[in-house]
Write a protein that binds this ligand. Structure first.
Ligand code: ZN
Length: 297
């Protein structure tokens, strides 16, 4: 079974409104102001999966700041999960109203109890509507910290309560800059993992280098429920990253992900299969068996 644990799809109207959204959505602008940055629809993802021989793809939402966009794009993902017969596995976004409150915000004491309750209800509804996870989260781009905030508490509660992994964008604290690098500090991911017992995290793009710190016993303990996907690997790392991370965090923690449509799924899969010094069994685990277990497929 071949599973791509990290792709993105958007409704056709996002592509049609691209220029408006570049003007109004900061995280979107960071990546999609560049006209070469591709946007794919569900139909295009399914065609790509057929071409590449991929059975299931996790399709993630994006860090929209507008509630209307969060809802519309979530609906699209949930609709296509159904229409694809389950081949598209929807990871949705969550809109946090201002008064969901961040730690230390002065209006928090007066925030109506319903504000937090409302977010909880919404997360419950999303799970009941077929959402299988949340992501791709870019907390820093949306103004909250994964390390310590009410938003982080709500996310970890939902992840544990509804068995919805959190797919978090992770970025390398060193190395070259690229569009969309910002917004996933490994410090905050490590802190979240330590605090959020019971929540499963998928740290994207090899976790921004976090696997290296698994050599520290306390970090290793905190990473118990943290997985690492291979998305965009070829733009970031030497192919030896596969062998190195397997040895650092264990084979069961590594998930093949392409970051489609940033790259073609077929090419990403070929590159993964070409990774040096990885056994056939390990490759089968990375390319599908690990994700199948995690996502109960
Ligand atoms: Zn990412």
């Amino acid at each position: 079974m071949i599973i791509d644990a990290h792709t993105h799809i958007m409704p056709p109207r996002v592509r049609e409104r691209r220029e408006d959204l570049v003007a109004t959505e900061p995280a979107f602008a960071e990546i999609y102001a560049n006209p070469d940055a591709k946007i794919a629809t569900a139909e295009e993802l399914l065609a790509s999966m057929d071409e590449a021989g991929i059975d299931y793809s996790v399709a993630c939402n994006f860090a929209w700041s507008s509630e209307v966009l969060v809802e519309a794009t979530n609906d699209y993902l949930l609709e296509w999960a159904q229409r694809s017969g389950g081949r598209i596995i929807p990871f949705v976004s969550m809109y946090f109203p201002e008064n969901a409150g961040a730690h230390g915000r002065s209006d928090m004491e007066e925030a109506p109890a319903s504000a937090k309750g409302g977010v909880r209800e919404r997360l419950r509804d999303l799970s009941a509507s077929g959402a299988r996870g949340l992501g791709e989260l870019r907390p820093d781009s949306l103004g909250y910290s994964l390390a310590d905030s009410d938003e982080a508490d709500l996310l970890s509660w939902a992840a544990a309560a509804f068995d919805m992994p959190l797919l978090v964008h992770a970025s390398e604290p060193v190395g070259h800059h690229y569009a969309g690098k910002a917004g996933g500090s490994i410090e905050s991911i490590a802190a979240f993992a330590r605090n959020a017992a019971g929540a499963t995290v998928i740290a994207a793009h090899w976790g921004g280098g976090l696997p290296f710190y698994a050599l520290m016993p306390e970090v290793n303990a905190a990473l118990e429920n943290v997985y690492f996907d291979t998305s965009a690997s070829h733009l970031l790392y030497d192919p030896m990253i596969y062998r190195r991370v397997i040895d650092l965090v264990g084979i069961e923690k590594v998930l093949f992900g392409s970051d489609f449509p940033l790259t073609s799924q077929a090419k990403a899969l070929d590159r993964t299969r070409d990774a040096p010094d990885v056994t056939e069994d390990e490759m089968a685990a990375i390319c599908g068996n690990n994700a199948a277990e995690l996502l109960l497929l």
